[in-house]
Write a new protein. Structure first.
Lengths: 317, 680
């Protein structure tokens, strides 16, 4: 300790002395944003030649600026030099997915998996990526298979349970969905899984179980509208039609107070759609679909709202 | 008088709190030193709550970990149980060839421990949860190895549990961003904060780091040197609540929760400190008195409102009951400092996808970093456009200063869309920058500094203290009664910014905490005639027995040189030089650099791998091209980081090789005077 302290004190004074003599004007990390990083990396690449890690670093900066084509070009070049570079494979697959090149993204994620990353969490991350792309392209069974593999490798990430739950919902696998979320809750304790479990129980017509948790949420929530809609759905499912309908009306009123119609929250729109359909007001429900199509920010959520309104894939309240 | 009696007399005369404050500052006075053995990382506080606290530390090799603690420094009468301490270890992989020192640690029991993902070999990390504590109570603690005390008996080893949730004692916390350089500005900012506390005679309750605490890429040793050693004196008695920056994000992943950032920190995942359980350390929340804090991962998680982080944010805001809501993350939704929130995807998405949830949820203040500037907005709401305009999004265009235009006013309680103040505080030590003036900003200050925030009851007061201890900004928010927000159609705007055409670069310097591996005047092997062919001469084990030997600095012309190279003048333009150096444990190196006087250009290699190139545009050796003459107006030493050198180092002897080039044989001088510097 003493020696290292003395060394450090000496170091500080030496540094001060040397600084006072003046150094040349060269920043250590001339850190002025991604454009500057790209410039510096390009100089290094020009001097040293293409090196995978430099190309990957530059690709990341290009992606920050939304220059995806250049980012992908750098990653492709990095893969020519190091075909098994996990970073390059993963980043390129993500960009391809973002650009709608889903077949390429799946192929690349699969290729990355064939490199057999030693760390199981790296393998899990690649499987998740592939599952997300497959889910987005409607290959739900393949997506589910990947999700199951993910959770065998790494069971502590609540987001992966949510992904599996969503895929199971679309496949109408209601029972496994519920047990899967319960497993995730036990392992992670994540509050989102508690909410997801309620929705899964409602979809599985386990209304009584759902109602217990919903009542807790109604009591503790500052934004009761969505919970009133869920309670309404559960009550109707249990045959308590009029209290249920009143909950739906109260829920709609509460949501209406907070909904920003210029930047609508997709989840609130879904709650609105659910309530309106259950109240039998399909005209208003279709207007919600239109609003989501025009102003919503997530096509997947709009699709879900449309499902509810058209009745596709929905069973019961 | 026996020492014990003397101490007793002194203690009677001087109030304990003075000892505590003095001790606190004394410990902080020595900056960024390596921790004393056997610590590999000195004890630091993590996740706290009303009745628990975490103390985390590391050792090289295992110990029998115990924390003893108590409400009195003289009587640490309670101790942790084995089950209260999570142990994690870095023991290498089956494929690695380990030295006997570490190979012996790969026992069945040790290999079954949770892994430290990227710590140096032989590191054991202990995460002690101390529970069943009283609310709002100070405890002193000591770390033991069995019965052997490891931490000195000093008052600075203490912690205080959180006050009761919903109570309203005065709260003070420090906010710091983009500090992790290991350089002088980082130290200056920290010291300025400490002096401010001393002047106020008011300590911190905790602190928040808004990311980029470990440049360049968030490696474990960068964390060690540039965060844990740098703030050791504060970390041991005040919890730091972190959020991941993009530099940490190079080696850590929010998606998987793996990496040095996640190794280092212990934060809530099950709502332990309040808030909705997130299930992940990437984003979390906690309560402190009447304030609810929300931390997001703005770096590498999906920001869309239908994705888990945004959904959790909504759920957490839905349940929040505190008087104050403060959110923090790394990437600012509004900035024109060294980053531009209108051009960069990460920043734009935080603005367009996350800010609507934040403002709907009634958040009062948003703290961010990333942009190396200090920027502070007016009271604002609803600015989500790609090109940010201030018309109809500013609710109060005053300066927020109670003795100026007055504090920003909001209603008591939590209400949507009554305005938030954005604070960008990425000015904690990294090179500063500015690209423009954002119309929503009330203050734009391009100086190093950090922010102190005081919350007392219904009043929040925030101050930016610069590196010289000068208060450079102050604003207040008061939440009282009922306020009806009014959007200003033509609010005040900052002056437009014209970027200067000839900006002066900041000279590079070694880290403050460094040691010299190859000093000036060390003996090197060198040759300029003949030059060996190829690049083998850069490798360890190359036979350079026929080379000359001389003490650095080398050269001819322009002053005295220990080793004259007059024989090169007019005949030879390239000098090759070699020297070995020793590294105890390669994976404990943070940075290698050359503090070098040279003329005109050079390329440096470590163990045969190029690690620095200055003034040589392409190729190397006799094929080097486009050599730039070093400017006559830029004499003297320059610090050059040997980038990625840590990847090529090995335990024990390593080889440094440097080729020095003159831009022309007619040049009147040549200089090569290197010092190899290590930050560990």
């Amino acid at each position: 300790m003493a020696l290292s302290s003395m060394r450090s004190v000496w170091a500080r004074w030496t540094t001060a002395a040397l600084l006072s003599l003046g150094g040349t004007q060269l920043p250590v990390w001339a850190h002025e944003g991604p454009e500057h990083e790209i410039e510096e990396l390009s100089e290094l690449i020009a001097a040293r030649g293409d090196a995978p890690h430099l190309l990957i670093d530059r690709a990341i900066e290009y992606a920050v600026l939304g220059r995806n084509a250049e980012a992908m070009r750098d990653l492709e070049r990095a893969l020519q030099l190091d075909p098994d570079s996990l970073d390059a494979l993963r980043e390129l697959a993500r960009l391809q997915f973002a650009e709608g090149r889903t077949a390429d993204a799946i192929a690349l994620a699969s290729r990355a998996l064939r490199t057999r990353p030693e760390n199981p969490v790296d393998r899990a991350g690649l499987l998740v990526l592939r599952a997300e792309v497959q889910a987005a392209t409607g290959r739900l069974r393949e997506a589910l298979s990947d999700c199951e593999a993910v959770l065998r490798l790494h069971a502590e990430n609540p987001e992966w349970y949510l992904l599996r739950s969503e895929i199971q919902r679309r496949l109408h696998k209601t029972k496994p969905r519920v047990t899967g979320i319960e497993e995730g809750l036990r392992k992670t304790g994540a509050g989102l899984l508690k909410i997801e479990l309620i929705d899964a129980q409602l979809d599985a017509r386990r209304y009584r179980e759902a109602l217990v948790a919903i009542e807790e949420e109604v009591a503790s929530s500052r934004v009761p509208g969505p919970w009133l809609v869920r309670r309404g759905r559960a009550r109707i499912g249990l045959g308590e039609k009029e209290p249920g309908r009143q909950d739906l009306r109260d829920g709609l009123a509460a949501i209406d107070k907070i909904l920003d119609r210029e930047h609508p929250d997709g989840a609130l729109l879904l709650d609105q759609a659910v309530a309106l359909v259950l109240l039998g007001d399909r005209v208003a429900a279709r207007q919600v679909v239109t609003l989501s199509e025009q102003k919503g920010r997530d096509p997947a959520m709009t699709a879900r709202i449309r499902e509810w309104v058209t009745g596709d894939g929905r069973r019961g309240p | 008088m026996p020492l014990g009696s003397l101490l007793h007399q002194l203690r009677r005369l001087v109030p304990l709190r003075v000892w505590i404050v003095a001790g606190f500052f004394l410990e902080c006075a020595v900056w960024a030193v390596n921790p004393p053995e056997p610590f590999a990382r000195a004890p630091y506080l993590q996740m706290g709550g009303t009745n628990f606290m975490h103390v985390v530390w590391r050792t090289m090799g295992p110990i029998q970990p115990v924390i003893r603690y108590g409400v009195s420094m003289e009587q640490l009468d309670r101790r942790t149980r084995p089950g209260d301490i999570v142990v994690r270890a870095s023991l290498g992989t089956n494929e690695q060839v380990l030295s006997p020192r570490w190979a012996g640690l790969r026992t069945r029991a040790n290999l079954s421990l949770p892994k430290l993902q990227s710590a140096p070999l032989g590191t054991f990390q202990y995460e002690a949860r101390i529970r069943d504590l009283k609310t709002g109570t100070r405890y002193f603690y000591a770390v033991y190895d069995g019965d052997r005390r490891l931490t000195p008996p000093e008052a600075s080893y203490q912690f205080t549990t959180h006050p009761a949730v919903g109570s309203a004692p005065p709260v003070r916390f420090w906010v710091l961003g983009d500090s992790g350089t290991g350089r002088e500005p980082q130290s200056a900012v920290y010291q300025a904060m400490l002096r401010s506390l001393e002047k106020d005679q008011r300590l911190l309750d905790f602190w928040i780091h808004v990311g980029d605490m470990a440049y360049g890429v968030g490696r474990d040793m960068e964390f060690q040197s540039r965060f844990f050693e740098s703030y050791d004196g504060t970390l041991r008695n005040r919890v730091c609540w972190p959020t991941m920056g993009n530099h940490e994000g190079r080696n850590s992943s929010g998606r998987t929760g793996i990496g040095p950032y996640y190794d280092a920190y212990v934060v809530p995942t099950r709502g332990e400190s309040g808030g909705v359980a997130s299930g992940t350390e990437a984003y979390y929340s906690f309560d402190y008195a009447n304030i609810h804090f929300i931390c997001l991962d703005s770096h590498d998680l999906d920001r869309r409102p239908t994705e888990p982080m945004a959904r959790w944010l909504k759920a957490d805001l839905d349940k929040a009951r505190a008087e104050w809501l403060i959110a923090f993350w790394h990437h600012p939704p509004y900035t024109k400092g060294s980053h531009d929130s209108e051009k960069e995807k990460d920043l734009t998405e935080m603005r367009q996808l996350i800010m609507p949830i934040i403002e709907q949820g009634g958040v009062d203040v948003v703290l961010t970093g990333h942009s190396h500037s200090y920027e502070r907005s007016m009271l604002m709401d609803g600015a989500y456009a790609t090109n940010i305009v201030s018309e109809n999004v500013i609710l109060d265009d005053g300066d927020g200063d109670p003795s100026g235009d007055g504090a920003y006013r909001k209603s008591a309680g939590i209400h949507p869309h009554e305005g938030a103040v954005q604070v960008v505080t990425g000015n904690g030590g990294q090179t500063l920058g500015r690209t423009g003036s954002l119309s929503v900003m009330r203050k734009i200050i391009i100086e190093h500094g950090s922010v102190l925030i005081d919350v007392e009851g219904d009043t929040l007061l925030a101050r930016m203290i610069n590196r010289d201890g000068v208060e450079r900004d102050l604003f207040s928010v008061v939440k009282r009664g009922k306020v009806t927000p009014v959007r200003l159609a033509l609010p005040w705007q900052p002056e437009a910014y014209v970027k200067p055409t000839n900006q002066v670069s900041i000279p590079a310097t070694p880290a403050i905490d460094h040691q010299v591996l190859i000093p000036e005047g060390a003996t090197w092997q060198y040759t300029f005639d003949p030059l060996p062919r190829g690049s083998d001469w850069t490798l360890p084990g190359f036979d350079s027995s026929g080379w000359a030997k001389g003490e650095s600095g080398f050269g001819y012309g322009g002053g005295n040189h220990r080793t004259s190279l007059e024989a090169m003048r007019g005949k030879h333009g390239i000098l090759y030089a070699r020297r070995t150096f020793e590294i105890g444990q390669a994976d404990r190196v943070t940075e290698l650099g050359l503090w070098i006087d040279y003329d005109d250009a050079f390329i440096a290699y470590v163990n045969g791998r190029e690690v620095a190139r200055v003034g040589v545009a392409r190729s190397s050796g006799r094929h080097a091209q486009k050599i730039t003459a070093r400017s006559g107006t830029a004499p003297g030493r320059q610090y050059v980081v040997l980038k990625d050198a840590h990847l090529f180092l090995k335990d024990g002897v390593n080889q440094l090789a440097v080729e020095v080039h003159n831009s022309s044989l007619e040049s009147s001088d040549l200089r090569f005077n290197p010092v190899l510097v290590l930050e560990d």
